[in-house]
Design a protein around this ligand. Sequence first.
Ligand code: UDP
Length: 351
Amino acid sequence: MTSKSIILAGGAGYIGSHIAALMLARDIDIIIIDNFANSSPVVFDRLERITGRRPKLIEADLASAQGAATVLDELRPHDIWGAVHLAGLKAVGESVEQPSRYYDVNINTTLNLINILDQLNATKLVFSSSASVYGAENKSPVSEEGVLSAANPYGSTKILNERLLADHARARSKWQVINLRYFNPVGAHPSGLIGEDPTGIPNNLFPYIAQVAVGRRPHVSVFGGDYDTPDGTGIRDYIHVDDLALGHLAAVDYLTNQNRGDVMPINLGSGHGHSVLEVISAFSRAAGKHIPIELVDRRPGDVAMSFANPSRAEKLLGWAATRSLDEMCRDHWRWQSGNRDGYRAAESNSE
Ligand code: UDP
């Protein structure tokens, strides 16, 4: 691993905070850049409780020229490895309602980060991409060769960012980029101190189930029971957020040991899927609670089945997901039951 400082752009968010916990525990020097648009400063207290170390923070909006200038000023004294880039907007439904905001924030953030790294002579970047870059026509398991075609503006910004980073890397011979395409990240840190804290009504299955289990919502709507799958409900490749975080560390290690310019997409998934009903029953077991469901129509744009071919990650990064669905549910539940309203309670009485 590197002795230089690693930028975690968007490092206070759900996935970034788990990467931060791992890196701090391994004595890696990190600098989190976040504007708390969709995350909480309480994460810093929690990271300190988990690891005994508090990461450096630059509070700034990387999408704005002014924010980027502040970040560059603050980073100048440091010896920077490069960045793990997780900064951006991520709600699929909201991206359909506000496409120009999504393009503006998600593309400008990357452009500004590229410029900052160029100014600092840093050449390594791990990008938080998504399986939503794969078009619905791909058959699972989906490899990195799958056809790219996004079903919504959020996915389009991921495809555009991957291309932008690839073009930049090709124009600068030393640049090295790994685009990590996540399948369905779920679960939480085993301490129960950090986890997913969505604003508003959750779009995704796990946080929705968790909020039903904790009594914040009456039932889970199961979107479609007539898919061509064994129990008729949709199948996805769920991956524990700590496995995902380990995938980022493996990507950082790979780039650290590599000096040749390179650009590569890599899937992070488990390679197998679980149906909506399987997930609900596993969560119900973990929480020791009945979870009421209501079967409703399919959600527009959803496919029956999506899971990864994760062999490239295994071959190149020596990484594979190891945590089971039961572990994902147990850890997600520990976080949600200990933090009914996410970070909100801790925000009002400082820890
Ligand atoms: N899903 C559901 N009810 C919900 C949210 C999701 O039945 O409230 C289903 C959805 O149709 C899909 C699976 O759960 O089959 C995972 O959905 P999620 O939005 O978490 O991930 P994505 O579809 O983006 O992979």
